[in-house]
Design a protein around this ligand. Structure first.
Ligand code: MOS
Length: 744
């Protein structure tokens, strides 16, 4: 294959980029079917209690209002007596909008107004008056953490942390160096640009087409079918373009339920787009309280780790994450005790937010080992290298690959770690205190069941299709690259069709698994196309490929040829013409390899290096330089890959310094449900970020050699910032976000 066509590994710009920046990529709320009505939700203003009455008289008289739905007049959907759950549902009972008079969380939908225009719906919704019997809410994780917690379902949800190994308490007591501390993470809210929206197109035959803001069109399709008792062929869901999600779109949100409910009831197309404020009510990374105890021997080798976490969940579902397991995984240590509990509060169920669990747990772990390195008198990076582990001690397995040493080495060199003066508060730049911090990141590398179709046309153009999503990650682009490389063509000759529930089955786009899963499925489908092509070629008279196997062949310059000698072969067009075909289309599938999983663990790794400046008088914190070195197997596209890490780092800056969901615990209400008062990094907060991908060959995680990149960029990052701030100022902050007042 010539260099121009070997395009896996080439930094191809996003193929959907021009559509997005020119407004031609239609998002869920940007479809405009005829005869459509608009919805607007009226939300609860208490966090716990009952609705006594709803007065919608004035709203109903508003010009253009079509219908107002509340729990008192909602249509009967199959939902109400079904035990049906979405593909990523949790133990407990999914929230059911307009089910009854109970209020479970602040901002809960209480009424849906449907009107001829959005403005009418919104205005009328503001005229609804609800009276409540309010009860005292519990929303403070610090106050709730000692409450006893009853699991919603025995033995369901994620596996509990691994059993203790060794004797962590005794080892801690006997150790030379030790630390114990509590770490607090305030709740955070996903803020993708695109709001939760559904446009439901109602057809006369009773079928519906839904453009939904989701990370999985088939999950939304399954949800709608399950809840409304509709057959799959009557419901088609599209999510061709998704304006970011970060996990917030993994589970269907209530705009999908309400818009479908209204469309089926009114027999009209319905659009419902939630407001930015409503996004805050529905999606969040749970507040968490963690206790870490860590001890090392005289040489700095870890002898004990104890990590306990309490995370917020709702009263109706047990949201769970893997928070503490990382502490038994990341470093060599023979005495480890990991425990995890939930605190059920009057909040909406938290959800996965970029690197769920790891972002939280590794913050505590990577802060703690940093604290201990100072106690032990070791350089923080040296401390980590000293405790490097070659085995997954939680599961007693080998790693499929772990190029973390290279991350430490290359990251440190690019950053200039050797210029660090070990003494806290010793480095300055004019009026600023300067600090260097480091942390390790680790995230699961996973592959899920996935299928894809590949069609090779006689003009050598290729079509790739799967129900996969592109939530801004670059799925379109990498699938085009894989399709192009499979047939020795240019990516512009590949059409990628994704974001449609009718296409071959894939999971939601999450867990950083899409490139490994759907990418490998495309590769498999392409191999199947080549096999069919070879079969047809071998049916031709005097074929030069009579004895060739599919493994020995490749497609080069429009010809199916021998890999070792491209003089031997036949033109693809001739093969198809001879067979009387316009194209060859095949499906390919991948699934996790059970045998590999039994003996190997697979993770991506990173080393984060952060420089901070702190204005000594004003306390203003600036993250002035970041170097992230990542080991994530094969990099399909260094450009989209780098963007994933940049995104993770920027979100990590937000986690470290800005993002803080605030409740008024007296009322249980969210106080800063807007982007004016909920702070995220702006351009001025983001300076130099260098991303290094270290070479890592992993033939076990996925057929493609990919390990995934969506999440690793944020893992450990907040700890690197906290560690740099300690180095700069001598003040250790264990409560995120690190605002100026906490440093003082
Ligand atoms: Mo990710 S938090 O699984 O979208």
């Amino acid at each position: 294959m010539s260099d121009q066509t070997r395009i896996i590994g080439f930094p191809l710009p996003r193929i959907d980029g021009p559509l997005k920046v020119s407004g031609r990529a239609a998002y869920a709320a940007e479809h405009h079917p005829d005869n459509m009505v608009h919805g607007c939700v009226h939300v609860a203003t208490i966090a716990k209690g009952r609705i006594l009455s709803i007065d919608s008289t004035q709203a109903a008289q508003y010009p253009g209002v079509v219908k107002i739905y509340t729990h008192e007049n909602r249509p009967s959907a199959a939902w109400w007596d079904s035990a049906w759950k979405d593909a990523v549902a949790l133990p407990g009972h999914p929230f059911r909008p307009l089910q009854n008079d109970r209020i479970l969380f602040d901002g809960q939908p209480v009424a849906l107004v449907v009107a001829e225009t959005f403005e009418a719906a919104r205005d009328a919704a503001s005229m609804i008056r609800v009276s409540y019997a309010e009860e005292e809410p519990a929303t403070d994780i610090v106050a709730e953490q000692r409450n006893s917690y009853e699991p919603k379902e025995k033995r369901s949800g994620i596996a509990p942390p691994p059993s203790p190994r060794g004797d962590a308490e005794a080892a801690f007591e006997a150790a030379a160096f030790k630390m114990s501390a509590d770490y607090v993470l305030e709740g955070e809210h996903h803020n993708p640009m695109e709001l939760f929206s559904s446009t439901v197109i109602w057809e006369k035959d009773g079928s519906i087409t839904v453009h939904d803001k989701t990370q999985g069109s088939q999950n939304s399709q399954g949800y709608v079918c399950g809840v409304f008792n509709l057959p799959k062929d009557k419901v088609r869901v599209f999510n061709r373009y998704v304006g970011g999600a970060f996990g917030s779109g993994l589970r269907p949100k209530h705009q999908l339920f309400l818009s479908v409910m209204a469309a089926l009831d009114l027999k009209r197309s319905v659009k419902l787009e939630l407001s930015r404020r409503e996004m805050f009510y529905l999606t969040w990374r749970p507040a968490t309280v963690q206790q870490m105890s860590m001890a090392a021997d005289e040489s700095g080798k870890l002898v004990s780790i104890m990590h306990h976490a309490v995370e917020a969940t709702s009263k109706y579902e047990d949201y769970q994450e893997v928070v503490v397991n990382w502490s038994g995984l990341a470093y060599k240590c023979d005495n480890v005790k990991l425990t995890y509990e939930l605190a059920a509060m009057n909040v909406s169920t938290p959800g996965d937010m970029r690197a769920p669990g790891a972002a939280t747990g590794v913050f505590a772990l990577e802060s703690a080992i940093d604290e201990l390195s100072y106690t032990a008198g070791l350089d923080p990076l040296e401390m980590r290298i000293l405790n490097f582990v070659h085995m997954d001690q939680n599961e007693d397995k080998q790693f499929t690959s772990k190029a973390l040493h290279a991350c430490y080495r290359q990251g440190a060199e690019a950053f200039g770690w050797d210029k660090r003066n070990p003494e806290p508060r010793s480095m300055r730049d004019g009026q600023d205190l300067v600090g260097y911090g480091v942390s390790t990141g680790v995230w699961e590398a996973q592959i899920t069941n996935a299928a894809a179709k590949v069609r090779l046309n006689s003009d050598l153009s290729v079509m790739v299709s799967a129900a996969a999503s592109d939530i801004g990650t670059g799925t379109y682009t990498i699938l085009a690259q894989i399709g192009a490389e499979s047939f020795g063509i240019k990516p512009e000759n590949v059409t990628v069709d994704i974001g449609d529930s009718s296409l071959p089955q894939t999971s939601v786009e999450g867990g950083s698994w899409t490139a490994a899963s759907t990418g490998s499925a495309v590769q498999a489908a392409a191999a199947n196309v080549r096999a069919t092509l070879l079969k047809h070629a071998q049916a031709m008279e005097n074929t030069p490929l009579a004895d060739a196997t599919v493994e020995q062949t490749t497609v080069r310059d429009g010809r199916l040829v021998l890999e070792v000698n491209d003089q031997v072969g036949v033109s693809v067009a001739d093969v198809l013409a001879h067979a009387g075909l316009s194209h060859i289309e095949e499906e390919g599938q991948v699934a996790p390899d059970k045998k590999t999983m039994k003996s190997f663990s697979s993770y991506t790794h990173s080393a984060n290096f952060v420089e901070v400046h702190v204005d000594e008088e004003l306390g203003v914190i600036r993250i002035t330089k970041v170097v992230v070195a990542v080991a994530a197997g094969r990099i399909l596209n260094p450009k989209t890959a780098r963007s994933q890490i940049l995104g993770g780092v920027v979100m990590g800056i937000g986690m470290a310094l800005h993002e803080e969901g605030m409740f008024d615990h007296r009322t249980g209400r969210i106080m800063n449900h807007n982007l004016a008062e909920y702070h995220i990094p702006s351009h001025a907060d983001v300076r130099d970020i260098e991303v290094i991908f270290v070479e890592e060959h992993d033939g076990k995680t996925s057929p493609l050699g990919v390990k995934g990149l969506g999440e690793i960029g944020i893992v450990g990052f907040a700890a690197a910032v906290a560690n740099a701030l300690y180095h700069a100022t001598g003040t250790r902050v264990r409560h995120l976000p690190i605002t100026i007042d906490k440093l003082a």
